[in-house]
Design a protein around this ligand. Structure first.
Ligand SMILES: [Zn+2]
Length: 256
């Protein structure tokens, strides 16, 4: 069987300060590649640094909707510059977060549009964070349709919106919640069932969202195995065949 990958990790975060090298080595042995996701200026820089240091790590650059207080014209220029790096495979994670609501909706939308514009100009895909903001997120993605597409990270939207986004070229990435018990996860599994496997990616969002049976612990990218197994099970597909397709999807969208 081919090796697993993790399309969404935050290995730079301080949860790993005590054992980062060890965890990266463990990932290098078990994963084909992983993508370290920027959430602000510092983590975007760190992502690029890791991508230089390790062959199997790729990077994204972007400012997460809960960090946009730091967004300035100067940082935008910097994102353009960083976005041109060869191993930067996407702009993200960007989007809207109406759960934490750290900034007003209008400001979140403005900064989201400005970063979509970076992706459009650099001709790179986007990694989208959308929490309790499905309709507004969709409207903005629609404004850029035919020009920008990418990945809905830890997709938690409904089947209807999935179908519309699928027609716009989007992929859907699933993580720990697909393995959880409960109604919300039952629905997520239904979404997986309805999403063509040719549009699905696997991720952990480490250090967050540890899947069953690791739930509650600091997540690590090698736990992507539990997410993968659940997807193969929902799709009623052999692990070999499922992994072949899921890997191709990530390689295709990110140009790896
Ligand atoms: Zn993330």
């Amino acid at each position: 069987m081919e090796n697993l990958y993790d399309s969404h990790v935050h290995i730079n975060l301080n949860q790993y300060d005590k054992n980062r090298e060890k965890i990266i080595k463990m990932c290098e042995n078990k994963l084909d590649f992983m993508i370290n996701i920027g959430i602000d200026e510092k983590s975007s820089e760190q992502s690029i640094a890791y991508s230089f240091q390790y062959d199997f790590i790729y990077a994204t650059v972007g400012v997460h909707p809960t960090n946009i207080k730091e967004y300035t014209d100067k940082l935008e220029k910097r994102l353009f510059k960083m976005g041109k790096e060869e191993k930067v495979v996407a702009i993200g994670e960007i989007g809207l977060d109406y759960h934490w609501m750290k900034d007003p909706k209008d400001y979140q939308k403005e900064i989201f549009r400005r970063q979509m514009e970076i992706a459009r100009k650099l001709n790179k895909p986007v990694v989208i964070h959308s929490r309790e903001a499905q309709d507004d997120t969709f409207k903005i993605l629609e404004e850029f349709s035919n020009e920008v597409y990418g990945v809905m990270h830890t997709y938690a939207g409904d089947i209807e919106t999935m179908k519309k986004l699928k027609n716009m070229g989007y992929y859907f990435s699933f993580s720990g919640p697909v393995t959880f018990k409960g109604k919300r996860s039952d629905y997520t599994r239904k979404v997986v069932k309805n999403t063509p496997i040719e549009r699905i990616l696997i991720e952990t969002d480490s250090p967050f969202l540890a899947p069953q049976p690791m739930r509650g612990k600091v997540n690590v990218p090698t736990n992507v195995e539990y997410v993968f197994e659940k997807i193969a099970e929902i799709k009623n597909m052999s692990k070999e065949k499922a992994l072949f397709i899921l890997r191709n999807n990530a390689k295709e969208i990110f140009g790896i």
